[in-house]
Design a protein around this ligand. Sequence first.
Ligand SMILES: C[S@@+](CC[C@H](N)C(=O)[O-])C[C@H]1O[C@@H](n2cnc3c(N)ncnc32)[C@H](O)[C@@H]1O
Length: 286
Amino acid sequence: MSKVLELPEVEIRERNWSDSLILQGDTRSIINELPNDFYSSCITSPPYWGKRDYGYDEQIGAEENLSEYIEHLVNIFRGVREKLKEDGTFWLNIGDSYTSGNRTWRAEDKKNPAREMSYRPRTPQGLKPKDLIGIPWRLAFALQADGWYLRSDIIWYKPNCQPESVKDRPTQSHEYIFLFSKSEDYYYDYENAKEPAAEKGKTRNKRSVWQVNTEPLPEAHFATFPEELIKPIIMASSKENDLVLDPFFGSGTVGVVCNKLNRKFHGIELKQDYIDIAERRLKNVR
Ligand SMILES: C[S@@+](CC[C@H](N)C(=O)[O-])C[C@H]1O[C@@H](n2cnc3c(N)ncnc32)[C@H](O)[C@@H]1O
């Protein structure tokens, strides 16, 4: 079962931390209230830089400079590292962007209101209009420098990706998932993570390119995780009844998959509308 928890902090300290919980509020403050050395893994997708307008003050992803965005995420994920068990892992999904060519806003998108932008970040220093920014690797290197062990880059290949109107480069059809660990040795269930091999009935070590279709969730105005993307991560990074953290819970896909695989979860989310969606989805899985 999941529960919505409202601040203030006093209430937070009285919670039974071994339950699955949705924690409502800003990850930047809530994370400090969580128990240390507690979670088997963290699986998350933060707001991407300059892609969505969630309509919050000081929202993550709306920083004017790329370096500030990266610094903010490094700080949040440093907090996550404290909360992971010594043998815990952190799985970070992040996509790339192109520089905007100095447009400062994006027009209304009727199908997707969250894409209407009241801001648009400037072209970062040293880059030109139309440059691919390389955000995933810039962030990965910054996290590595902050103390994380960078163990794998996984390409999430999306066969049903959004078409693009560009004619001078290939259509972007992938995002990254980075596997980080807190320590040199960490929990990774090699057997549980295996994938089918070409030879019938055989399996092999999981490869680093994962083909998974996106699954639009019409009520959510942002990209949600497909369950098939999250399943192998939970299988590889936790045992039954272990606790998994998602500090940007959104519509709660990490919670849904945890319920299906008998894991517990803590999900942090700022917006009531998205918590409502997550609760509705979670009710349908136990
Ligand atoms: C990319 S979405 C996550 C989607 C999620 N993986 C799913 O499957 O639905 C990012 C989420 O982070 C939330 N968010 C943004 N800033 C936040 C903050 N400071 N604290 C907590 N949640 C935040 C947004 O409201 C949004 O729901």
